[in-house]
Design a protein around this ligand. Structure first.
Ligand code: NAD
Length: 364
C-alpha cells in the first residue's frame, strides 16, 4: 500500500500532510511512503529529513498512490492523476464545492474530508479543525500585537506608566481560546465573548473576563447555531457600547457550513477609538466584521481592520506536525493488516466520507 503526498499548491501554503515523524510511523505499519520531491521543504522538512521513504515527481506520485493525503485540496485537475478507486484524506473544503466533488466522483475516488469528523472524544486525535484553529488563534493574536500602535502589557518605566491594552476576543472556540491564552502571555487585559454559555468557564479559566451580552445560542454537536435577526440586533446593541473602550479585537466566530456571522457593523467600528485594531480570523468565511476584506488591510476613521488568510500556513512546522499526526490517526482507521479497508460502520469513517468509490456520500 502506497501512502502519498504532494507539495501543496494553494497560494502561500507551506504545510505538508506527511512529516518525517509520521512517515516513520506509516513505515512502521508496513506501508510504503511516496512523496513529491521537496514536499516538506517549505514546512522545514527537507527531503533528507525523511528516512526510508521514496520521492518522485508529482505525476508519478499520483499514479502510484493508494492513499493520497493533502492539507488543502489541490486543483481539480490533480484528481485526474490519481488511479480510479484510490483513497483521499485531507481538508477537502466540501461545503459549496460542487465542482470538486464532481471531480472526485468522476474519478471514482473514495474521499474523506477531515473537517467533517464529528467532534467526539474519539475523534479528538484526528481533529484537524482543532489543531489548525489553535495555530490560527495564536498567530492572529501575534499579528494583532505587532500591528497595534500600543503595547499589550503594562509597563512601569522612568518615562511613566503605560496602561495595558484592552483586548476582546469574539468567539471562544478553539481558535478564540488560543488567542486569549496568547494575549494573556503578552500581558494584555482580556475579555472573551461567545454565544455558547459553556465558554464562560473556559474563558475564565484562562484568566480572562467573560463578556456577557445576554444572548445564548448553543446549537448541536458543541457548535453554535445561527442567531435570529432579533438576537443579532440585541447582541450588536450590547456590544456597540462596550467597544468604545477596547483597543484590539480578534474575531473568530463561525457556524459550520454557513457564512461567518456578521457581528461588527460599520457603525460599530465607527464608534471605536482611533488607533483601535480588528483582526478578523473569520475573513476566509467572509468575516465577522462588515468592513473586512479577505486578505487585505482596511482603515476607516482611524480603525484598522485586518483580514488575514490561511493563518496556519504561517507556522508551517508545528502546524504540519499536528496536522500529519491527525492524518495518521485517521489513516489508522482505514488500514487493517496492511490492507486499505475503510469500515463504513465506524461513524468517524462514515461521517467524514465525501465520495465512496465515486458515489456521493456528503449531504451538506
Ligand atoms: P467554530 O470554529 O465553529 O466557531 C468558533 C466559535 O464561534 C464557537 O465557539 C462559536 O460558539 C462561536 N460563535 C458562533 N457564532 C457566534 C456569534 N454570533 N457570536 C459569538 N460567537 C459565535 O468552533 P470550534 O472552535 O471549531 O469549536 C466549537 C465547539 O466544538 C467547542 O465547544 C469545542 O469545545 C468543541 N470541540 C469539541 C471537540 C471534541 O470533543 N472532539 C473538538 C474540538 C472542538
Amino acid at each position: 500500500i502506497t501512502v502519498a503526498a504532494l507539495r501543496e499548491t494553494a497560494a502561500g501554503e507551506r504545510r505538508v500532510a506527511i512529516t518525517p515523524e509520521v512517515a516513520k510511523k506509516l513505515r512502521g505499519k508496513g506501508l510504503r511512503v511516496l512523496l513529491e520531491r521537496g514536499a516538506g521543504a517549505a514546512a522545514g522538512f527537507p527531503d533528507a529529513s525523511y528516512t526510508d521513504i521514496e520521492f518522485a515527481d508529482a505525476a508519478a506520485v499520483l499514479a502510484q498512490a493508494d492513499l493520497f493525503a493533502c492539507v488543502l485540496p489541490p486543483d481539480d485537475a490533480t484528481w485526474q492523476g490519481l488511479r480510479e478507486g484510490a483513497l483521499v484524506v485531507g481538508q477537502l473544503r466540501p461545503y459549496g464545492a460542487a465542482a470538486r466533488i464532481a471531480a472526485l466522483s468522476a474519478r471514482k475516488l473514495t474521499s474523506f474530508a477531515l473537517e467533517l469528523l464529528p467532534r467526539t472524544t474519539r475523534a479528538q486525535a484526528m481533529d484537524v479543525l482543532s489543531s489548525q484553529a489553535a495555530v490560527a488563534g495564536y498567530r492572529a493574536m501575534l499579528i494583532a500585537a505587532e500591528a497595534a500602535p500600543k503595547f499589550f502589557p503594562m509597563l512601569t518605566t522612568a518615562a511613566g506608566t503605560i496602561r495595558p491594552s484592552r483586548v476582546l476576543v469574539i468567539g471562544a472556540g478553539v481558535a478564540g481560546l488560543q488567542a486569549i491564552a496568547t494575549a494573556r502571555r503578552l500581558g494584555a487585559q482580556i475579555e472573551g465573548y461567545d454565544v455558547r454559555p459553556e465558554t464562560r468557564e473556559q474563558v475564565e479559566s484562562l484568566g480572562a473576563k467573560f463578556l456577557d451580552l445576554g444572548v445564548s445560542a448553543a446549537g448541536s454537536g458543541g457548535y453554535a447555531r445561527e442567531l435570529s435577526a432579533e438576537e443579532r440586533a440585541a447582541q450588536q446593541q450590547a456590544l456597540a457600547d462596550h467597544l468604545k473602550v477596547v483597543d484590539v479585537i480578534v474575531t473568530t466566530a463561525a457556524v459550520p457550513g454557513r457564512p461567518a456571522p456578521k457581528i461588527l457593523t460599520a457603525a460599530m467600528v465607527q464608534g471605536m477609538k482611533p488607533g483601535a485594531l480588528i483582526v478578523d480570523l473569520a475573513a476566509e468565511g467572509g468575516g465577522n466584521c462588515e468592513l473586512t476584506r479577505p486578505g487585505e488591510r482596511v482603515e476607516q476613521g482611524g480603525v484598522v481592520v485586518l483580514g488575514p488568510l490561511n493563518l496556519p500556513a504561517g507556522a508551517p512546522l508545528h502546524a504540519s506536525e499536528m496536522y500529519a499526526r491527525n492524518v495518521y490517526n485517521f489513516v489508522e482507521l482505514l488500514v487493517k493488516d496492511g490492507a486499505l479497508v475503510p469500515d463504513f460502520g465506524d461513524e468517524l469513517v462514515a461521517k467524514s466520507c465525501v465520495t465512496q468509490a465515486g458515489e456521493l456520500r456528503f449531504a451538506g
